[in-house]
Design a protein around this ligand. Structure first.
Ligand code: FES
Ligand SMILES: [Fe+2]
Length: 430
């Protein structure tokens, strides 16, 4: 049972909160390659962890992130002019570079020295693996960037997208490691001709109540769900990964070469940014697979062009079609991610976890909450998660497979090596 105090500790990511500090100790991805501004292009607004910020690229091609509001009298620099190597405020002309230094103050006499000591809040930014990353933490120098498996493959093997979701980041993360919901929320009623291991396949219906085995690892959690299915190898395992502080890698379905990586970044306490990268290990996706990704059928969401607002959203009841709900799908809502969003948004922007009634199907969620609570409490004592150092700690992959006997996935030879797990603690077996 989570108390209201624990719920606040889990969900508050403001600058002065333990969870906010824990997340800020990691590099944070915030824009995809197709969204990056050109040199001297207009600045872009972005909110991260409750902070209003702007992103711009200077004349030398350097990307910067600074406070949206001018330190003079707080006019928004979103309306500013991206001039020669800096953003100029349109109110009195103060100009700031990507490092936050005030480089011009034309409204003051030449004898004034106020400019030299004037700074605007700025954060270090990097471009890496097709994403823009920001470090909002206090370590100097900033840690290494994280290195994930998908970053080893050429850009032609992947597709990435970003969208806004209107709920606390932890709600969405909980939906990611919730294997039990797949049999219901994503069920198809029209008997599609798909492989049994696919998300719409028969294994999820044959084993609607999975048995869990959770491992705590140096990167976070490996959440194994075992279904007893009708097969000569009757134990179907899916091992989803939660990587601190906000990443997930969900088990592959019928195609082991097709993979998904997602990140759930607090925008503020009641909304988030999701970035999804889908990729193939064996080459570029074909047109059919790319179409599924781009059209928000699986893994991604389609957004209203020019925005980060999903087409299926709360304001239009996610375009729920009751006829489709009767005959085609359990929800009547288009797209796997849209279906996830309905349930994680409809319980309110910050769900009151003290009112829940958890069951055995929620084993991975309890493990995730405990890990996040512990990390938030440790940061108060100056202890950061190992993941905050970045680097190769993230070089792992999720797993799915059929096994002959009921042995837990981590005791089957080769499985931990396939995932890439180095160190682990057995947390729970239910
Ligand atoms: S408010 Fe920006 S220069 Fe005055
Ligand atoms: Fe889902």
């Amino acid at each position: 049972m989570i108390t209201q105090q624990e719920n606040a500790l889990l969900t508050n990511t403001d600058a002065d909160s333990p969870m906010g500090e824990m997340i800020r100790s990691h590099w944070i991805p915030f824009l995809c390659e197709h969204e990056l501004p050109a040199a001297d292009a207009p600045p872009q607004r972005i909110k991260l962890l409750g902070e209003d910020l702007i992103v711009f690229r200077d004349s030398n091609g350097k990307l910067g992130m600074i406070d949206e509001f001018c330190p003079h009298r707080a006019a928004s620099l979103f309306y500013g002019r991206n001039e020669e190597n800096g953003i100029r405020c349109i109110y009195h002309g103060w100009k700031f570079d990507v490092n936050g230094s005030c480089v011009d103050m034309p409204s003051e006499p030449a004898s004034s020295t106020i400019r030299e000591c004037m700074k605007i809040k700025s954060y270090p930014v990097r471009e890496f693996a097709g994403l823009a990353w920001v470090y909002m933490g206090s370590e100097t120098p900033a840690p290494e960037l994280p290195r994930f498996e998908w970053m080893e493959y050429p850009a032609s093997h992947r597709h990435m997208s970003r969208w806004q979701q209107d709920c606390n980041f932890l709600q969405a993360l909980e939906g990611e490691v919730d294997e039990a919901h797949v049999a219901f929320l994503h069920r198809r009623l029209d008997n599609p001709q798909v492989p049994k291991e696919s998300l719409f396949g028969s294994y999820f219906q044959e084993g609607q109540a999975p048995r869990w085995k959770i491992l705590e690892t140096d990167f976070g959690l490996a959440c194994g769900a075992r279904r007893h299915v009708k097969n000569d190898q009757p134990f179907f395992w899916r091992v989803d990964l939660f990587l601190m502080p906000f990443y997930t890698m969900i088990a592959p379905s019928d195609d082991q070469n097709s993979r998904v990586w997602r990140v759930w970044i607090p925008r503020d306490n009641e909304s988030l940014w999701s970035i999804c990268v889908t990729y193939r290990k064996d080459g570029p996706p074909d047109a059919a697979e790319l179409g599924l990704w781009k059209d928000g059928v699986v893994a991604h969401r389609s957004v209203i062009p020019g925005t980060t607002t999903p087409v299926e959203n709360k304001s239009n009841d996610y375009l729920l079609d009751r006829n489709v709900q009767r005959e085609v799908s359990f929800t009547g809502i288009h797209g796997v991610r849209g279906q996830d969003a309905v349930v994680t948004e409809s319980c309110g922007p910050i769900v009151d976890r003290s009112r829940e009634h958890l069951a055995s199907s929620d084993t991975s969620i309890v493990a995730m909450r405990n890990l996040m609570l512990r990390a938030a409490r440790e940061v108060v004592n100056g202890v950061l998660p190992r993941t905050s150092a970045g680097g190769d700690i993230y070089k792992v992959q999720s797993y799915s497979g059929l096994h002959e006997d009921p042995t837990d996935f981590d005791h089957v030879p080769g499985v931990l090596e396939t995932i890439g797990i180095q160190t682990r603690t057995e947390k729970q077996a239910s």
